[in-house]
Design a protein around this ligand. Sequence first.
Ligand code: MIC
Ligand code: SF4
Length: 652
Amino acid sequence: MEQTITEKILDDHLVEGELTPGEEIGIEIDQVLTQDTTGTMVWLQFEALEMDEVQTELAAQYCDHQTYQFDFKNTDDHRFLRSAAGTYGAYFSRPGNGICHQVHKENFAAPGKTLLGSDSHTPTPGGLGQLAIGAGGLDIAVAMGGGPYYVEMPEVVNVHLEGELPEWATAKDIALHLLGELTVKGGVGKIFEYTGPGAEKLSIPERTTITNLGTELGATSSIFATDEKTKDWLARQDREEEYVDLQPDDDAEYAETVEVDLSELEPLVAAPSMPDNVAPVSEYEGTDVEQVIVGSCTNGAYEDILPSAKMLEDREVAKQTEMIVAPGSKQASEMLAREGWTAEMMAAGVNFSEATCGACIGIGHVPASDSVSLRTFNRNFEGRSGIEDDSVFLCSPEVATAAAITGEIVDPRDLADELGDLEAPGLEMGTKYGPGMGQDDSDIISPDEAIDDGLVKGPNIGDVPLKDGIDVDGGEALLKMEDNITTDHIIPATADILKFRSNIEKLSEFTLSRVDDTFAERALAADGGVLVAGENYGQGSSREHAALCPMYLGIEAVFAQSFARIHKANLFNFGIVPLAIDEETYERIDQGDDLAIVDDVPAGVRSGQEEFTVSVNGEWEFTADLDASERERDILAAGGKLSWVKQQHADD
Ligand code: MIC
Ligand code: SF4
């Protein structure tokens, strides 16, 4: 059988099922990654599963999301994570060393291998030919213990890139163009495979910008074939031996093909407050910009920042605007510094940040009220920057830097015309630097170097809540929400909330506070209930806290028109029943209605029942669908994945 790249890698790792789209498959995981704001739960769950050591080829723990300490809580988390990595045999990347996706790409990502990570942008190294998938922390803990990862076999979509990018259009614009066309739910249940002459011309950092943003499409993953560029890039990281040739077969069959002619693209922005709210930059020209940030896991590589540096040579940041560069990794910072670019950018008025997620989740560099911030990031969900009425635009480093120079949104092509001497920077390597990319692993502690002093749990490290069995019969619709509710709505990040990620009791007080700040209190007073939502419920991050906290508050079921992939898996993992409803039913239900499930849910879940009858205030009825594999039903019946795995261990 002729195969796509995805099918080849999955075939090599398949332990259960068949590669039929929509069917559940079990795959072997070679590498796992976790970060600081999902990692504490991962290791607490690993401990609760009574595992002795990491079973995958490689596990890496990064400290990247929260590196600015306000009190002992994050430092406690980081100390615990270092101790867990040392105890169980994972690599540990110290705070300040960079964002997990960038550092993993530089140090460990390998073509042909599978990677599972407790962060939604884990697919980033797909640009290097790695099949990488984001998942909830509990799935990472189980995979790290040697268990297969179960996922619905996605449809493989071919994104065929023709032609060449015109000057000032970038890889970011390819991704934004797709978001504009396909929307934030266009990729659910799909893997995007990029092929064609246009794909071959892209550099590795350009490819990884695109695979990173595949997450915003809701895709399970995104991947490119490998070639000389992949080999060269690995060689620059001193890892040439990890190169594997990976191509789709000539007659590989794709579920669908999306054609993009790169020569037709132009500089784009995603306007507030959804990554698919895409328009040409020219539509917003003249908008005042108070803040510009270049960096993050999307555009934080050395090659992403270099264009900004070149554009700023002999120029200055406009006085009414602040420009911050937040490199994705220390390696990127170091290379810019060694080449002298850092000093030049600083002299132009740029302020450098530590290599951290920070501003991307409202930790530091919060925009001023009622102001526009232009960022090279991947998400601009309402309130994510740290203030509720934010106005965040997403764009390429080139568009961001053009705005920093003028103080307003400007199409860089127009700016180039106006200035006369501004050249499109392109992505070629810096000239001042010799061979080798300045590979730096001084901030990575390998399992061999680790001090194994046992798990160190300070007062910020709580317990993992555990639910036993299933006891679901419906309840009050405590909240009715719209389409595209993000996990940032369910459990916001931001500095004042993020520090409670290891303390579910406290964190749950913030559940859905961005939608209704009385929710947590009402849920506790009602002793549980259900949630109602439109399409694509739970899009965005992988944070399992968005299921754990509702579970803690007694939420039994979520009725939604459709669910985002990772969040749906997290609902199963924490014993909350995801039930699908149609649009008409959604429209008829009101917040406060009593949704009593007429059928015996525990029995139905066990017996494979797919339709459940629900009575609304005892006045009218509707049918809700449970789309779950046998394994997912077993997990629900056990009260969640932790109880399920524990039961299985007890049976062995
Ligand atoms: C995000 O971009 O939303 C995050 C913060 O990286 C999350 C992880 C988290 O919530 O800790 C993600 O993308 O999974
Ligand atoms: Fe960090 Fe933002 Fe990337 Fe999430 S999207 S990993 S918060 S930089």
